[in-house]
Ligand binder design. Structure first.
Ligand code: ADP
Ligand code: MG
Length: 750
């Protein structure tokens, strides 16, 4: 194509620079792909042929077996009474327990102990102390006293308190929770004895998520026992709320992770055009698990088994590179601690396998996010599941009372449930067209729904599958484990013998959802018990009284029952007609926390006092603001320092090529069009970045909530505008210049 004359040299030089730019010496993405293609991970770290999974269970837990083995009988008995019946711990046994625990721990390689607690950051916190103390004669001894077991004083000044403490009086203390067993956490050089604790301020206010949860379990137990006594149950000493959280997560190759500042710092991708293939083929759900992921899962399971976390199921989830792990249910407190531990094990083990693990509620736009289905029930200490419909009429009446109590609670306090799952992260999931909607409703399934409709109308006589419906004398049709259809669009679904709260976010602690669930159900059971006790005392027949009461409750509460498609537009309209609240985002859902009726409710059951609620409200506002600000800054950085330079480089190449083509006497129609589109998109992108910077610089006046509102209305909108244009640039720019691993690569290269 080259002609003759002095212009040729110039053109040759231009061509050479174009060539160099078209074939950059190093492209980080290509390097990452090369690394992934050539990597050789050790996948056989665990050998279940040699060590059976069952033999690993609980070996790192100071559980009942270890306690019985190592404690004097009276001490063992006293400790068990505390653990099983919630009796206060006698003060003189702490030293004995501490010594036994220390010996057990040191035999297992422990050098340090830590009081593990769950500050309001939503994470866990730990500070390690050595068992070793120097002596005056220059040696060292090993010691661990009862006092050190029972109480600790971490420097708490940097944990959020939402105004409960000022930094100058930052003292907080941790107190041993004997109902959650201590365990050994291994590290490459030994182990740490981990002691689960609650975290309180010196004035007694709770600074963590565990203390309110324990209080709510107490409240529910007390009220549920009253109801059970009405049914003649004299043997149950406690009612325990049980939870089985199904945990969803994503696994992405770590080489991609390291190239994404957004994934590293925000846990979600702030840019990324939709891939040619998403989840539409539905070929991932329950599909074969990739070998590396399977090896990783086995490793996690082995660790979790040693820690006594009863993980049970694993499978591929709907979105590409998304998985789920679910345990067997435990009491709410243990289930919460174990879920935190599970997330930690999943996160830290990923690195060993060259993976990065995300629990974020929406790490990738356009495909499903991650939730945590919170399966909830109540059971007696004698092992009876109170939400199990059972087979005989007596069971049925009792089941119906407990079930209707839950329905009443959800119908009466939907905003309280909603706010327990509110976060900047979960906003991307709730109300989007996949996860449960932000409207709290209950799915019962056809059979139970029908029964409730009959109950509402009074002593029904109609026949359902062979049994007449009258409380206490009828035969409730036997429920299949999954009564009726699986409804995946409902935020709160009855699934055979438990309710499943599905709006909970993948990254959050399940402590708060369960604290609220326990409290509102306790309030309902209190109402039920009070009404029935009065009726019986007044000489009424219990079953007749139950019939009337359930019918009255259902008349009020049936608005929350919905069996249809929770994603549909129709439901949104219908829900509005029924007067169900629909808080689409965190900002709208937060104010209920400090409303008077909320304060009264939690005060009545001694779960949170007014100050504690206010502190939580403040912390939630603050954390919303911080999350959005970090995301906005990251968006600005990636936009300005990664995407824009790539776009400008490509613009330069195109311009060179257009000029060269023109000089060669050819009309560069295609590249000229592309250049124009690119140049104008770069223009818009730059403008959007300016606007984002402007909003970031703007400080909102007034309350924290006001500030949070500004973040949602201004900052988030500005961020999204940048993203839309950034994603458009991704589709315009030469692939070899694009600096960020793409959705196509991250989600599909395993
Ligand atoms: P799914 O079909 O939703 O996977 P599963 O029966 O496998 O249902 O249970 C899902 C979760 O529910 C598991 O973690 C399981 O332990 C838990 N679960 C089962 N029974 C109860 C119960 N009584 N209380 C709380 N959680 C329960
Ligand atoms: Mg489920």
């Amino acid at each position: 194509m080259l002609g003759k004359g002095p212009g040729n040299l110039n053109r040759l030089l231009v061509d050479e620079s174009v060539r160099r730019r078209l074939h950059p010496v190093s492209n980080v993405r290509q390097k990452a792909l090369e690394l992934i293609a050539n990597q050789n991970h050790i996948l056989d770290r665990i050998d279940f042929k040699k060590t059976q999974l069952k033999d690993l269970f609980g070996i790192h837990v100071f559980n009942e077996v270890a306690q019985r083995e190592r404690l004097p009988k009276p001490v063992f008995k006293a400790l068990q009474k505390t653990i099983k019946h919630g009796d206060p711990l006698p003060s003189d046994i702490a030293d004995v327990v501490a010594t036994a625990m220390k010996d057990w721990a040191i035999e297992g390689g422990a050098t340090h102990y830590t009081h593990l607690f769950q500050p309001l950051t939503g994470l866990t916190a730990e500070k390690h102390d050595s068992f070793v103390s120097p002596t005056s004669d220059g040696r060292a001894i090993v010691e661990f006293s009862g006092k050190e077991l029972v109480q600790g004083e971490p420097d708490a000044s940097s944990f959020p308190s939402g105004g409960l403490r000022s930094t100058f009086e930052a003292r907080g203390y941790t107190a041993w929770d004997p109902t959650s067993p201590a365990f050994l956490l291994e590290n490459p050089n030994g182990a740490t004895l981990v002691i689960p604790t609650v975290f309180l301020s010196w004035t007694g206010e709770t600074l963590d998520k565990k203390a309110p949860l324990l209080r709510s379990m107490e409240a529910l137990s007390k009220q549920a026992l009253r109801v059970l006594r009405l049914f003649g149950n004299k043997s149950a000493k406690r009612v325990i709320t049980t939870v089985g959280p199904e945990q969803e997560y994503f696994l992405i190759d770590r080489n991609f992770h390291l190239l994404r500042p957004d994934l590293i710092n925000a846990g979600r991708s702030l840019f990324g055009a939709s891939p040619p293939k998403g989840q539409e083929l539905e070929d991932q759900y329950f599909g074969a698990i990739p070998e590396r992921v399977l090896a990783y899962m086995a490793d996690c399971e082995a660790q979790l088994y040693k820690l006594g976390v009863p993980v049970k199921t694993r499978h591929n989830e709907v979105a590409p590179s998304q998985y789920e792990i679910a345990p067997v249910f435990e009491d709410s407190n243990l289930a919460t601690d174990h879920n935190m531990l599970l997330m930690e094990v999943l996160r830290s083990t990923a690195t060993k396998y060259g993976l990065a693990c995300y629990f974020h509620e929406k790490p990738f736009a356009g495909i499903n996010g991650s939730g945590k289905h919170n399966n909830f029930s109540m059971g007696t200490d004698t092992g009876e599941n109170l939400l199990n419909p059972g087979d005989n009429p007596h069971d049925n009446a009792q089941f119906l009372v407990f079930c209707v109590a839950v329905i009443r609670a959800v119908a009466k306090y939907p905003e309280l449930l909603r706010v327990t799952v509110a976060s900047a992260h979960n906003d991307h999931r709730l109300g989007a067209n996949e996860a449960p909607p932000a409207i709290i409703s209950i799915f019962l399934g056809d059979m139970l729904q029908d029964i409730m409709e009959q109950l509402e109308k009074g002593p029904a006589t109609s026949t359902i599958q062979g049994g007449t419906m009258e409380v206490g004398v009828s035969v409730l049709p036997k429920f299949p484990k999954d009564a009726g259809d699986r409804n995946r669009t409902s935020p709160f679904a009855f699934t055979g013998n438990k309710f499943e709260f599905r709006a909970v976010g993948g990254s959050q602690s399940i402590a708060e959802p369960n604290t609220v669930l326990n409290t509102i159900v306790a309030e309902s059971l209190d109402f039920v018990a009070t009404t029935l006790e009065a009726a019986v005392a007044g000489g009424r027949d219990l079953n007749k009284a139950i019939q009337d009461l359930l019918s009255a409750i259902l008349k009020d509460s049936k608005k929350v029952l919905f069996n249809g498609d929770g994603y549909s537009e129709d439901w949104h309209k219908e829900a509005e007609k029924r007067g169900l609240p629909n808080h689409r985002n965190t900002i709208d859902s937060l104010p209920v926390i400090i409303r008077k009726d909320t304060v009264d409710l939690f005060a009545k059951y001694k779960v949170y006092n007014a100050k504690e609620l206010e502190s939580r409200f403040n912390i939630l506002c603050e954390s919303y603001v911080k999350t959005i600000q970090v995301e906005a800054k990251l968006t600005g950085f990636m936009g300005k320092n990664q995407i824009l330079p790539a776009a400008i480089r490509y613009q330069g190449q195109l311009a060179d090529s257009v000029n060269a083509t023109k000089a060669a006497g050819v009309e560069p129609a295609g590249s000229l069009d592309l250049l124009k589109t690119l140049a104008s998109t770069i223009g818009e992108f730059t403008k959007a970045l300016h606007h984002l910077e402007h909003e970031l610089g703007h400080q909102a006046e007034g309350s924290l909530h006001h500030h949070a509102k500004h973040c949602r209305e201004k900052l988030l909108v500005a961020m999204n505008a940048v993203r839309v244009l950034g994603d458009k640039l991704e589709t315009l720019i030469a692939d070899d210049l694009w600096p960020l691993p793409t959705y196509r690569e991250m989600l599909f290269i395993k």
